[in-house]
Design a protein around this ligand. Sequence first.
Ligand code: NAP
Length: 333
Amino acid sequence: MKALLCKEFAAVDNLTWEDVPDPSPQDGEVIIEIKAAALNFPDNLIVQGLYQFKPPLPFSPGSEGAGTISAVGKNVTDYKVGDRVSFMSGWGAFCEKIAVNKKQVIKMPDTITFELAAATQMAYGTSYHALIQRGNLTENNEILILGASGGVGLAALDIAKAFNARVVAGVSSEEKAVVCRNYGADDVVIYGTEKLDKEGQKALSDQFKEKSKKGGYDIIYDPIGDCYAEPALRTINWKGRYLVIGFAAGEIPRIPLNLALLKGCAIVGVFWGSFTSHEPQQNVKNIIEIGKLIAIGKINPFISKSIPMKSAKDAIKMIGERKIVGKVVLFID
Ligand SMILES: NC(=O)c1ccc[n+]([C@@H]2O[C@H](COP(=O)([O-])OP(=O)(O)OC[C@H]3O[C@@H](n4cnc5c(N)ncnc54)[C@H](OP(=O)(O)O)[C@@H]3O)[C@@H](O)[C@H]2O)c1
């Protein structure tokens, strides 16, 4: 089979698309013939050795996908050859076949395409868990979403609108603002791509505040961190929930804790990967709810680009160039 291979932790350009031996199933594993895999922010970090997990070399990047089961190992009774499934793998998804433990696999409804299944699970799984279980989203909430046109950001916007919340989207460019308005954002703040100094942060905070109808946000969804986090937190409503999703803009911000005291707010960590292993049953319930919302047209995951898997390297480069909008999916042609 073919696979995108990372042979050393180095620049994305060093990745190669080449022949490797087919995997065979160990006890409790299934082999999935991959039809589609989704691009995620860590794919760019993991191949450069900059991510929290460093897989043994050589490895394929890619943390989620969908396909059909082509073989099952010992002690696998709930899946059979031919089943359509999606999977989470951490890494290893940018190739033609993968061996994964049965616990990492979910059966797909017949109505959903492989591309949609691959694109939905992490982005929507994260944002649904964040907003519902961690953010206690209700319909009269007002929400500020940073990085709102990216994978998890646009999913958060889509879900928040499905619950009739008012959403202000934060993005770096007018082009990304258009995407968010088309997805139902009630208002948009464009913060640019330059790092903000103290004065720039104060100005951004004022902009966020001006756009709030309630004088502060009930929920702030933050997948970017860095110089954007504190200006956002300063605009949170009394008893608001600040959801810490990630640090796509680079730095992990250091927040003055007195802000939490003054605002009576909660700064809430969200780690979807850990949630799926700590609370697998709740995760399955969430995935079922997301499937229902898609089926009735309440949410509509945005696949902005479908790219052949052999060009996965070019797709990964787009992450570092801040060019991802919605979800980018890689398919086996
Ligand atoms: N906590 C969890 O369980 C969980 C789950 C999934 C993802 N995440 C994290 O959430 C973050 C976003 O993931 P994603 O998959 O949505 O990524 P993505 O699709 O690539 O989107 C990243 C967003 O971050 C913004 N951004 C700001 N500075 C950036 C920079 N220097 N380079 C690239 N993008 C930058 C971009 O929007 P603008 O240009 O508009 O700012 C972009 O929309 C990542 O940090 C990821 O690790 C966390």
